[in-house]
Write a protein that binds this ligand. Structure first.
Ligand SMILES: Cc1cc2nc3c(=O)[nH]c(=O)nc-3n(C[C@H](O)[C@H](O)[C@H](O)COP(=O)(O)OP(=O)(O)OC[C@H]3O[C@@H](n4cnc5c(N)ncnc54)[C@H](O)[C@@H]3O)c2cc1C
Length: 280
């Protein structure tokens, strides 16, 4: 799984399934259910720490679900495997605004919906009107309104026993030059503060209400702290990078160390933003 995560960490999956259609995904999920195999989903692997023992059962990659249709003037139906970069590119070409916030956010639309990914410019919640997912128990398609998805800060109520297969987004007409100016400014701001060059998963912890996890970690004096191959980035303390040969155990040990230091100093419990998958 190290090949399928931006952290480049993770043991093997028992089985890897890359369906090209929603129907094929449903069939695979039903087969797994009949055989009692556990099923998990992976999108771009950009918010994922796969543990060193790997993942039992079937890992479904959404990467081949790449449909992107325009419905009427302003609505897009986007399959889960479409990359956030592709969505932003197409919306820009069609002069539709609303996903500028994706500038520099990696991953897939499915992962973005589950996480309600976002930046200072917005989040998936702002444009999503409907989400469809496949239920792992029986392969049935379930459709939910945005309200039912109950999007929050880097989370949603989309259940863990379903795989998101598409989302419907309603955008608004906006001149291409304006979209590009916003995206460029966002990317420039990000470039200044984000580490480049070493495998990572973006922010490791969620920001506590009204605070920045990065600042709390920096104040605890942990920039540059290293365990094995895992290192608290010198550039942005809420990023833990794989500085070379890191294992999931290294990264989790560093997460523990950071949490303990922040708890002792600020009496605050940092919550992981990155999702864990598999067994140690
Ligand atoms: C350099 C960098 C910068 C980043 N910057 C940001 C940022 O600014 N804002 C932000 O919000 N995030 C950011 N992230 C984190 C990440 O890009 C987002 O959380 C992204 O939405 C994750 O999408 P993904 O497809 O990679 O999901 P994955 O990492 O593949 O999966 C994340 C979780 O969702 C589940 N999942 C994935 N796809 C599906 C599906 N179709 N159905 C059901 N479950 C699924 C997985 O099982 C896992 O639990 C950054 C990451 C990196 C590496």
């Amino acid at each position: 799984m190290a090949r399928h995560t931006t952290l480049r960490i993770g043991g093997p999956a028992d089985a890897w399934f890359e369906p090209a259609t929603v129907r094929a995904l449903q069939a695979g999920v039903r087969l797994a259910a009949e055989r009692g195999l556990p099923v998990s989903a992976v999108g771009g692997g950009s918010n994922l720490l796969v543990l060193d023992g790997g993942v039992r059962g079937l890992v479904v990659s959404t990467r081949a679900l790449r449909g992107l249709e325009r419905e009427g003037e302003q609505t897009l139906r986007v399959e889960a495997g479409v990359s956030t970069g592709k969505l932003l590119l197409v919306a820009t070409q069609w002069e539709l605004g609303g996903v500028e916030f994706l500038g520099g956010v990696p991953g897939s639309v499915g992962g973005g919906l589950i996480m309600n990914a976002g930046t200072t410019l917005g989040e998936f919640k702002d444009t999503t009107t409907e989400v469809a997912s496949v239920r792992l128990a029986d392969g049935e398609l379930v459709r939910r309104t945005a309200k039912e998805c109950d999007f929050g800060y880097r989370c949603s109520a989309l259940p863990a026993n379903e795989i998101v297969v598409w989302g419907r987004l309603t955008l608004r007409p906006r001149p291409r030059v304006e979209i590009e100016a916003d995206v460029r400014a966002l990317r420039d701001r990000r470039r200044e503060r984000e580490p480049k060059g070493l495998p990572n998963a973006g922010s490791i912890f969620k920001n506590p209400p009204g605070l920045f996890a990065g600042r709390l970690i920096e104040e605890a004096g942990l920039k540059g702290r290293r365990i094995g191959g895992a290192e608290v980035s010198e550039k942005h303390a809420n990023w833990i990078v794989n500085a070379g040969g890191a294992t999931a155990a290294d990264l989790l040990a560093l997460v523990d160390l950071v949490r303990t230091a922040v708890r002792e100093r600020h009496a605050l419990e940092l919550e992981l933003e990155v999702k864990l998958l598999g067994e140690s």
